[in-house]
Ligand binder design. Structure first.
Ligand code: KG4
Ligand code: ZN
Length: 358
């Protein structure tokens, strides 16, 4: 089955065509980084407008590169939650229009679930049951995944997501935007044990994450206790690399500790990982070493599928289609907070998003 995947949840407009959840015929991503760079963060209104300008031609190019016409698509998948609502609505409106005009099923995909499933796209077998770690700009989440359409949330972001902390720490260190790749590169020249930043585990057995404390710890380390400006100049280049490496090590330690705990508690032997921060070289190396030590199998999304893309949306949509979980055209978009609250009070995630039950 050929699925068109559309993604506009944050600052990347993306469209892709994927066959049977694995064979990627095309995967186009239009990044808005240049538009947001001077603000050192994503400006929602600018992002929505840029999605609107890009989405039609991206879809056309994705079909063209896949060598197929719209009529050959079996369904249209789109991320409708969680994300910036003004951004999500652009992709959802495009997807609804195509589904309506072509009379094809519409598949509303949870963006974080798509990250969780993204590592499986490149495998020749299903890795389930597995624990899925998603670490992105907006989310840090752990799931128990017995099968591709059943993601059971173990825990997640309580304040800043890991990627957000990377971006903010990069801003404190005046490295630029987006901060993740810049800290990753700089940290290679630094000593990860130079500064002892806190490892916030919340309760020892908890699967929730908190990264706002470490961001403040870096801020005060740089400027002095309680101060937010004026201290950066006193650090040499190599000391700044040490701060970047020490911050990164603290985040990686927390991510690894909780992921291993999730595997232990659920009894699964396989871990999958996706999301922008899974592109981080220290996380990839150290999580692999920890899994090898314990005899666990690790599948991380390849770099090109870590950050936001349409292929992972099409792949996640394929699993929904096979399970008969298509969405009505009345379906809406959901911001992160709203969706999370709704999920907690409802029996199933898909019911929360208005998907038809199986
Ligand atoms: O998954 P993603 O593209 O968007 C969201 O769904 O949020 O993730 C973007 C995040 C940004 O915060 C970016 O700084 C971070 O992923 N990121 C990294 C690296 N590459 C991207 N963080 C750490 N190390 C990296 N190499
Ligand atoms: Zn994402």
């Amino acid at each position: 089955m050929k699925i068109l995947g559309i993604e506009t949840s944050c600052d990347e407009s993306a469209a892709a065509v994927v066959v049977d959840g694995r064979e990627v015929l095309s995967n186009l991503v239009s990044s808005q980084i240049e538009l947001h760079r001077k603000f050192e963060g994503v400006v929602p209104e600018i992002a929505s407008r840029a999605h609107l300008e890009a989405i039609d031609s991206l879809i056309q190019q994705a079909l063209q590169e896949a060598g197929i016409g719209l009529a050959e698509i079996d369904a249209v998948a789109v991320s409708n939650r969680p994300g910036l609502v003004g951004c999500l609505i652009i992709g959802l409106t495009a997807a609804k229009t195509l589904a309506l005009v072509m009379n094809k099923p519409l598949l509303a995909v949870n963006h974080v679930h798509a990250h969780a499933l993204s590592a499986a796209m490149t495998l020749d077998h299903d890795p389930w049951p597995a624990v899925a770690l998603v670490v992105s700009g907006g989310h840090t989440s752990l799931y128990y995944v017995p099968e591709a359409t059943n993601l059971q949330r173990l825990g997640g972001t309580t304040d800043d997501a890991a990627g957000e902390a990377f971006d903010k720490v990069a801003s404190i260190l005046r490295l630029g935007f987006p901060g993740g790749p810049l800290i990753d590169r700089l940290a290679r020249n630094g000593n990860p044990r130079a500064v002892q930043f806190p490892r916030t585990l919340l309760a020892p057995q908890a699967f929730d994450f908190s990264f706002s404390g470490i961001k403040t710890a870096v801020l005060y380390h740089v400027h002095g206790p309680g101060k937010t400006t004026g201290g950066l100049e006193k650090f040499s280049e190599s000391q700044i690399a040490d701060i970047a490496a020490s911050f990164q090590q603290a985040v990686v330690d927390v991510l690894i500790t909780k992921t291993l705990l999730a595997a232990e508690r659920t009894g699964v032997r396989t871990i999958v990982g996706g999301g922008g921060v899974v592109a981080n070289s220290m996380l990839r190396t150290q999580l692999q070493a920890a899994c090898t030590d314990r005899g666990l199998t690790l599948h991380l999304a390849p770099m090109k599928y870590c950050t936001d893309n349409g292929a992972m949306i099409a792949a996640a949509g394929y699993h929904l289609l096979r399970a008969g979980q298509t969405s009505p055209l009345e379906i809406d978009v959901y911001s992160y907070e709203l969706a999370e609250r709704e999920y907690m009070n409802r029996e199933s995630l898909d019911e929360a998003a208005g998907n038809r039950p199986r």
